[in-house]
Ligand binder design. Structure first.
Ligand code: ADP
Length: 449
């Protein structure tokens, strides 16, 4: 059993991990940059260590600083949260080389899934359905043209090392392929230092459906159904729900089993998410995230499980506390991501919070590191809160979301809360009739200056 774990992250996700640790009787160590000395995760942890100056690259991404913080405090394990070092295989290797435990999958699994081409090949072999496209990287424009004529337009050119929606370009016809290919490559080079790209058939009206999986690292794995994260802006999720309004129990059971079998076969450890595009009743694998996702609370709400507790358990070598037959869906949950951003351009707005009041009551969960008087530093992600609601069914979850948004007070900075009020007035949101392009189109007509 761990006595003490270090949380290599900040903000709401650091609090999330500290809370799980405390409930398990495990001490927690926060790390922070000089810009975060007054942050909530620092206040809430049992101990804290300053690991560097404000830029992430010099603090939350500094592997030596984080390892040193473990050595100084005697922490035995590291929870990476999401983002930062959570999908960095080299970090995992270094953690293990220092006799510490990484709370997450092995370096090898992270490496496989972090390279999108290898991930796709692996999934294909494991029987997971994939989007039709190139077999591996596409080295030249000529090769791209030949392939696209073959699979048919529209196509999407994607960075092998991609993430966060960067390095992706759509070509609707042969006339666009040259520009799409060249810009995707140069964006990929700039963002990831690797200009390799691959090409997929571009699905025109899919939903984004992702399957939560969990493995014990010893060949046992379960799935916890799907989340529908189709409401996206610039490929970034803003509103997530579980179960997916378009997915039937039979489809869930089928794709869920495909995914849990796949991760069981590779002895996957801990939480993972297998992401699909879903169109006309078919699932197409796009990527696997080898970490806890931002939107994990909607799954926790409907299954009544604590995924972080479970991550810590399996990292300790304990068995999972549930099997597939223990997992049943109860009701419906929705999460909205509240960012410190000014609409309509979604421009980041760090600044001082003059007043903060979190909504509460039945079926409401607020994961946030805000407090009255807190100054949001300008160096990090603009996510300041996740509001999660749980109801008996989708309609009651939506009315609960409306009620909870009405109670929320965040004064001092602009936030994306007005977006959610506006979305709740839309019939398509109530009927669940949306795909991955719905929000972008809606923003163009509804959120103009
Ligand atoms: P990233 O790792 O950068 O987030 P993903 O491969 O997960 O990249 O894709 C992000 C989003 O881009 C998807 O949720 C979807 O909206 C869109 N997308 C990716 N591949 C396709 C495709 N083949 N057809 C249509 N849209 C796609």
């Amino acid at each position: 059993m761990f006595d003490k774990i270090l949380v290599a992250n900040r903000g709401e996700i650091a609090l999330r991990v500290i809370r799980a640790a405390r409930e398990m009787g495990i001490q927690s160590v926060a790390v922070h940059s000089t810009a975060d000395a007054d942050a909530m995760h620092v206040r809430m942890a049992d101990e804290s260590v300053c690991i560097g100056p404000p830029p992430g690259a010099e603090s939350y991404l500094s592997i030596p600083a984080i390892i040193a913080a473990c050595e100084v405090t005697g922490a035995q394990a590291i929870h990476p949260g999401y983002g930062f070092l959570s999908e960095n295989a080299t970090f995992v290797q270094i953690v293990e080389d220092h006799g510490l435990t990484f709370i997450g999958p092995t370096a090898e699994h992270i490496r496989i899934m972090g390279d999108k081409i290898t991930a796709k090949d692996t999934m294909k072999e494991l029987g997971v359905p994939c989007v039709p496209g190139s077999d591996g990287g596409v080295p030249t424009l000529e090769a791209a043209k030949t392939l696209c004529d073959d699979i048919g337009y529209p196509v999407i050119v994607k960075a092998t090392a991609g993430g966060g929606g960067r390095g992706m370009k759509v070509a609707t016809s042969a006339a666009d392929i040259e520009t799409a290919f060249r810009t995707a490559r140069s964006e990929a080079k700039a963002a990831f230092g690797n200009d390799e790209v691959y090409i997929e058939k571009y699905l025109t009206t899919p939903r984004h459906i992702e399957i939560q999986v969990f493995g014990d690292g010893k060949g046992k794995a379960v799935h916890l159904g799907e989340r529908d994260c189709s409401l996206q802006r610039r490929h970034q999720k803003v509103f997530e729900e579980a179960p997916g309004p378009a997915i039937s129990p039979e489809e869930r059971a089928r794709i869920g089993k495909t995914c849990s079998d796949a991760v069981a076969r590779i002895n996957y450890t801990g939480a993972g998410t297998i992401e699909f595009l879903y169109e006309n009743g078919e699932f197409y694998f796009i990527e696997m995230n080898t970490r806890l996702q931002v939107e994990h609370p909607v799954t926790e709400a409907i299954f009544g499980v604590d995924l972080v507790r479970e991550q810590i358990r399996v990292a300790e070598g304990l068995p999972m506390s549930f099997g597939q037959d223990d997992l049943a869906i109860n009701g419906h949950a929705i999460e909205v991501r509240i960012n410190a951003e000014k609409l309509p351009e979604f421009a980041p707005r760090p600044g001082k919070i003059t007043q903060f009041h979190a909504p509460g009551g039945l079926g409401v969960r607020m994961d946030s590191a805000l407090y009255d008087g807190y100054s949001i530093p300008p160096y990090y992600d603009s996510l300041i809160a996740k509001l999660i609601v749980h109801g008996q069914d989708r309609a009651s979850a939506l009315s609960r979301l409306h009620r909870a948004l009405g109670e929320l007070i965040v004064d001092g900075v602009d936030t994306t809360v007005p977006l959610f009020h506006a979305l709740l007035a839309e019939d398509d949101i109530h009927s669940g009739n949306y795909n991955i392009h719905w929000l972008e189109k809606w923003l163009q007509t509804n959120l103009q200056d």
